[in-house]
Each structure stands twice: as C-alpha cells, then as structure tokens.
Write a protein that binds this ligand. Structure first.
Ligand SMILES: O=P(O)(O)OC[C@H]1O[C@@H](O)[C@H](O)[C@@H](O)[C@@H]1O
Length: 246
C-alpha cells in the first residue's frame, strides 16, 4: 500500500504540517507577518526602513512558533525586545505584543476570506488512512483547531500536536524535532517508521534532525532546491503527485 502512496514500504504513520501543506494558510500567515513587521520597522526606523521580505519569512518565521518567529526575525535585524506578557496589547513593544498584533491581523484575514484546503492533500490523507496508516497534524500554530474545524478536517488526524499542546507540554518548536517526535510517540510509531510532510525550511530541519523515515517537502512557492538542501527526500508541488488513488 505504501508504494501506492509514494512512500517507502516500512512507513506506518504520516505526520502532516498544517499551514501550506493541508490548508492555503501559509500565505495568510506570511501576509499578516509582513503587515506587522513593516509597521513595526517603519515606526522604529522611519520611512527609510528595510521591509520584511519573502526570504525573511522563509528563513526566520515560517514554521516556527509565533514568539520564536518574532524573536528570530528581529534578531536578524539586530533588534531585541523584552518578552512582555501573553496578554500584552497589540501595540506593546514586546515580543508578545508584536505576536498579538500579528494574530489579530491573521484572524481578521481568516474571518474575511475563510480557509481553503488543498484538495490534493485531503484526498491523499484519506488514502493514507484508507491504507491503514495512522496520521497526525503537527503545527506550530495555536490556531490549528479553529483552522481544521473550519474545513471539517479534525477527523482526519489521530493525534494533534499544535502550538497549544506544545506549550502545555513544554516542547520546543520547529526547527527542533520535538513536536514531530511527540506525535510519533503518541501514535505508538518509531520515528524511522514515520513520514514527515512539510513546506517550511524549519520543518525540514525538524524532520532531518528527528531521523524520520521519510521527509516530503511540499513546494508551494518555488523553493524546491532549499527544501532539498534542508533535508527533503522528495519534493512535490502537491501531495496528489505522490499517488494515493485507489
Ligand atoms: O501564530 P500562530 O497561528 O500560532 O502560528 C504560528 C506559526 O505557525 C506556522 O504554521 C506558520 O508557518 C507561521 O507563519 C506561524 O507564525
């Protein structure tokens, strides 16, 4: 069965990232981050500020937990902010304040435009489950449950390790492998028998350092070379390319 799914035949479980793999929300996150960071930098540095770019998103923010994204990007510009508190207002000059601003913009965009799933991903996940493999959703996003519910896809995953669960369990986020490892453990499957599906470079790094059996890079933005460089065994532009049709 696994060969019909485009996977090595000893794979028993599939661990899927959410944003950019299952749903078209990676671009929504990227747009909310750009709006947040450009406003922050403009206020701090005046009109001569250097805008937040796609490459900044890919390198420093994509796939990481919210606060890690704020810290990592600002550090790349030589800026360090106090942590602040989780309920800091969106205009607070703290890591939490900047993160809260971005989350408000993200939720606004999701409310206005809704969430779209990738049909090829939903079909592939159904085929994986029909083939008797177990599935997990492994996302840094604290909005995972709401996003999955909005497309009625919670039922597709036996296990969920998201931003909320990671915080509760004290798991470091991607690029560390801990959230994927926790998902494999909860499914009762050894990492070498699990496949990781990721679109973010930080997620590739997590797949490689966790020594998972197979790592699929999902290239939605033309970064196939970078996905291979960060450890992908195979890169596809849509999960339908892997197979999965009965
Ligand atoms: O802010 P959230 O919804 O908790 O998401 C955290 C991160 O989740 C990841 O899935 C996205 O790639 C990042 O862009 C995002 O910052």
């Amino acid at each position: 069965m696994t060969t019909q799914l485009g996977l090595p035949d000893d794979i028993q479980a599939c661990l899927f990232d959410l944003d950019g793999v299952v749903t078209r929300t990676a671009v929504v996150h990227a747009a909310a981050w750009k709006e947040t960071f450009d406003a922050f930098l403009r206020e701090r540095e005046g009109e001569a500020f250097r805008p937040f770019t796609d490459s900044d998103y890919d390198q420093y923010v994509d796939g990481r937990p919210r606060a890690d994204g704020v810290r990592t990007f600002l550090a790349s510009r030589g800026i360090e902010l106090p942590e602040g508190d989780p309920d800091d207002p969106p205009d607070a000059q703290t890591v939490n304040g900047v993160g809260n601003r971005k989350n408000a913009l993200l939720l606004q965009r999701i409310r206005t435009d809704g969430v779209q799933a990738y049909p090829g991903s939903l079909r592939y996940i159904e085929a994986v489950r029909a083939g008797g493999l177990r599935t997990a959703i492994v996302s840094s996003s604290a909005n995972t449950v709401d996003v999955l519910r909005s497309i009625d896809a919670e039922r597709l995953f036996d296990v969920r390790i998201d931003g909320v669960v990671a915080r509760e369990r004290g798991l470091p986020g991607k690029p560390h492998p801990d959230t994927f490892l926790a998902a494999a453990r909860d499914l009762g499957v050894e990492p070498r028998r699990a496949a990781v599906f990721e679109d973010a470079l930080a997620g590739m790094d997590a797949g490689r350092s966790g020594r998972f059996g197979y790592v699929v890079g999902v290239d939605r933005v033309g970064q196939s070379d970078a996905l291979y460089a960060h450890g992908a065994d195979r890169v596809v532009t849509d999960l339908a390319e892997l197979g999965g049709r009965a």
